[in-house]
Design a protein. Sequence first.
Length: 98
Amino acid sequence: MAYCTRQCAAEGYTLKGCVWLADLKLDWEGRLYDAGGRYAITHCCCDYPVLSKEATQAARDRWENIRESFREDWSKTRCYAGGPPWNTVGPDLPYSDY
């Protein structure tokens, strides 16, 4: 809840609720030491203003205009395409910055 409170406040909104989606366990064994931890994936429900009917329709129209090309481009790089990086073994250290 504290994380979501900070997230909403950073955007200038109040927190209405928080949904816990997943808990990733990140452990690994290294040559010198073992390390790890847990990472929570949440969805913060901030008190966003209600969009007008016109703004909602404009957003839907924009999505309708790009939907097919977005899906086509995305399908070229998903794991079903059989290409990198999905068909190679990743690093031993999970989700680290390089």
